[in-house]
Design a protein around this ligand. Structure first.
Ligand code: GLN
Ligand code: ZN
Length: 745
């Protein structure tokens, strides 16, 4: 039966288009410059392009319903009728109801947006309650299936599976609704079978994280029921992002037709599979080509792994380890890259070729595989950096004791109680963006651009002085992005020109590639910080991005451990900190907003991650004297498993998001004995709303009840780059006034 599946497939493909056509069309629709029909036709064009690309690449089995106007979780919510009444009652068209869920409208906030597992993709969180009425609504999937059929291409519709869908939902016990929801999936499968659909793909990545025996049992029950349906397409349950653990035998127990395993992020799946015994005719779809990173596959090693699977299962197909949504579309347009680098890379289009090649090699032997790559060029190695790493001692990650540091810093900085500050960026105005575009296009030269940025820094400093803030920032006008900015200046990083990856909705990012040893060529931020400091007697914070965040938002080399790469980045930042200090900068903030988001999905892997992550941060920040104050910033307040790690960073001051969670995080920090400076955000910068002085006072009073005033800082939740000046001025005025009021009594 699995012969219809063939030898090769991918679990999904980028939907944004090679030139981000989807982003442009969707945003034009939102702006009202194109109508729904024009949007639909762009979308249909993009889908057709993807299917033709996959067919022409000779991929055997082609997915559909992987296209999305915004997000595939949202699509699945719509497909099962889980549209909250707060949106249906708006009375909008189907498309506008969909976008209202994604982005909110005046009267109704959007669904919550959150990280898709440990990737940089974000999904919309379905709201499921005991009274949510599920209804089968496979219109989109059937439409796409028919569209592809018109082109002569038979596809396999993809949905998020029912168990993962509920595990990722929020509401009152969503998972308790699994039986109901499986009933709805059964009706969807029947409708698909009626339309002639041969295979369907149900994604269950939720089971590569720690799951309770009850949750695993529920998975078994769900797929037993779906598998036993008399009228259905063949079912392929795809999993990805790691090891299935105990969920693997459970899934193999069910009468589904194929199971997909990530053999890149979850090598343990192979052992589990071997231990599982006969597979009863089930096909195994072996995820051998990394869908999360941009390196070419070691095809010989992949064939060997594939052959092991073939020894265990009657039918094997090769696939990407997960959807290719997480990598850029096509390497062939990156003509500016060093050919010695590009020959090592594979983006989505190239990965499809690898999958096809592997599928053939599994069947016909490895003779047709291309030659292995030559060794990496010698100049990608920095022996000096390696020497420094090898010579590191524990004391290199250790500062003086906190009480001594705090006293020396206070002596030097002379700050009032409840010092006020901001997180770094000031509004990126249209004018700034125009200057950057002109600079890139060559119509504004380096000197003109630098002048423009200096003028901006001066304005930002003057504004902060006027507002009466205590610790100032330069405002980051020169930074396009907090990782790319450093990537452009460090050895070992390459930037793509078109390597966009969807982050959420129409938002795309262009992660740099870390391909060689990381080394700092020259100071990266000192000029900007010292210029800002020269304009004022108040302390100006140096502003750096931490090693964990730099790795999290880049494509990272896989030929050495993440820990070593993080330490290389940390050494560059350590030198930068020392240079800032030597240039008279007294406070340095090292942002680590990604610390929690790259936490491994399995608790058993978390300690090793946190050890190197904390170690790298400390390596970056412990080279300075006791009287230099180190800040860090985290964009969230639910620390969960990382709370001890946040303490272990040993920063003098930690600023965090707190306004929405009403300062509860301070109790969490107190409970683990965190006893250094903390700046809980008192202004929710994610909304244009200006907090009143009274609101900030109230937040601060709550904060002083949890933390001694001597350790408390007053700041917004995050950087201000997405806000506009009128809100920023008014809000900061209230923030400074509130701090003064609370200090006064
Ligand atoms: N310093 C950065 C800013 O203010 C921090 C951004 C972030 O936390 N994501 O923009
Ligand atoms: Zn932030």
């Amino acid at each position: 039966m699995s012969s219809a599946f063939g030898q090769s497939t991918v679990l999904g493909y980028p939907r944004i288009g090679a030139s981000r056509e989807l982003k442009k069309a969707v945003e034009a629709y939102w702006a009202g410059t194109i109508d729904a029909e024009a949007l639909h036709s762009t979308a249909a064009g993009l889908r057709a392009q993807v299917w033709r690309t996959l067919r022409d690449a000779r991929l055997d089995a082609i997915p559909s319903n992987t296209f999305s106007y915004y997000d595939h979780m949202l699509d699945t919510a719509v497909a099962v009728g889980a549209v909250p009444t707060r949106f249906t009652r708006l009375g909008l068209s189907t498309l506008d109801t969909y976008f209202a869920m994604a982005r909110g409208v005046d009267a109704e906030p959007a669904l919550e947006l959150t990280k898709w597992f440990d990737t940089n993709y974000h999904y919309l969180v379905p709201e499921i309650d005991p009274d949510t009425v599920f209804t089968a609504n496979p219109v989109k999937a059937l439409g796409e299936y028919a569209e592809a059929r018109e082109l002569g291409i038979t596809t396999r519709p993809v949905f998020v599976g029912p168990a993962t869908f509920l595990l990722l939902a929020k509401g009152e016990e969503p998972f308790a609704r699994l039986d109901d929801l499986v009933g709805t999936y059964a009706r969807m499968l029947a409708a698909l079978a009626d339309a002639g659909v041969g295979w369907v793909q149900l994604d269950e990545p939720g089971y590569v994280a720690d799951r309770t025996p009850a949750e695993i049992d529920a998975l078994r029950r769900a797929y037993t029921r779906l598998g036993e349906l008399a009228h259905r397409p063949r079912i392929f349950v795809a999993t990805y992002f790691g090891d299935l653990g105990d969920a693997l035998p459970a899934l193999l127990d069910t009468p589904v037709d194929a199971v997909g395993l990530d053999l890149v992020a979850g090598p343990g799946n192979l052992h589990r599979l071997a231990a599982a015994g006969p597979l009863g005719g089930k096909a195994v779809v072996a995820g051998l080509v990394d869908g999360r990173n941009i390196w070419r596959t070691d095809l010989r090693a992949a064939v060997a792994a594939g052959a092991t699977v073939a020894g265990l299962a009657d039918h094997v197909a090769v696939s990407s380890s997960c959807s290719l949504l997480h990598v850029p579309v096509d390497l062939s347009v990156e003509t500016h890259l060093d050919p010695r680098l590009s020959e090592r890379l594979a983006f989505a289009r190239q990965k499809v070729d690898e999958v096809v090649m592997l599928g053939r090699a599994l069947r016909d032997g490895t003779t047709a595989l291309p030659a292995p790559l030559p060794a990496a060029p010698a100049e990608w190695r920095h022996d000096d950096v390696r020497g420094r790493l090898a010579a590191l001692r524990p004391t290199d990650r250790q500062r003086g004791t906190y009480p001594t540091r705090a006293a020396r810093q206070q002596e030097r900085l002379g700050l009032p109680e409840l010092p006020t500050t901001t997180i770094g960026s000031f509004p990126q105005t249209a004018e700034l963006r125009r200057a950057r575009a002109a600079h890139r296009a060559g119509s504004l030269d380096d000197a003109g651009y630098a002048d423009r940025m200096r003028a901006e820094v001066e304005q930002v400093i003057r504004l902060q002085e006027q507002l009466g803030l205590d610790v100032l920032v330069h405002g980051e006008p020169e930074r396009n992005d907090m990782v790319q900015y450093f990537g452009e200046q460090l050895d070992g990083f390459a930037a793509t020109r078109h390597g966009w990856v969807q982050s959420y909705g129409s938002r795309c990012v262009r992660p740099p590639i870390i391909y060689g040893d990381v080394a700092r060529k020259a100071a990266m931020t000192v000029e900007w910080s010292t210029y800002a400091q020269s304009l004022t007697s108040r302390p100006v914070k140096g502003m750096l991005t931490g090693p964990v965040t730099i790795l999290a938002w880049s494509f990272v080399r896989t030929d050495q451990s993440l820990a070593d790469t993080a330490d290389q980045v940390a050494l560059a930042l350590r030198d930068e900190c020392r240079d800032l200090e030597a240039a008279g900068i007294r406070v340095i903030q090292v942002d680590e907003p990604a610390l929690r988001e790259t936490l491994p999905l399995r608790s058993g892997d978390q300690k090793a991650y946190l050890d190197w992550a904390v170690g790298a941060f400390r390596l970056a920040t412990s080279g300075v004297a006791d009287d230099t104050q180190i800040h860090t910033h985290l964009c969230y307040s639910e620390f969960g498993e990382v709370i001890h790690a946040i303490d272990a960073l040993d920063a003098d001051v930690t600023s965090i998001e707190a306004s929405r969670s009403k300062m509860e995080v301070l109790d969490d920090l107190a409970a683990i004995g965190y006893a250094r400076g903390v700046g809980p955000g008192v202004w929710d910068i994610h909304s244009p709303r200006v907090p009143t002085r009274e609101e900030v006072v109230e937040a601060l009073r709550r904060a002083v009840a949890a933390v001694p005033a001597g350790r408390l800082w007053v700041n917004p939740d995050c950087g201000l780059k997405t806000r506009a000046y009128p809100e920023v001025e008014a809000s900061l005025r209230h923030l400074v006034a509130a701090a003064a009021e609370v200090r006064g009594n």
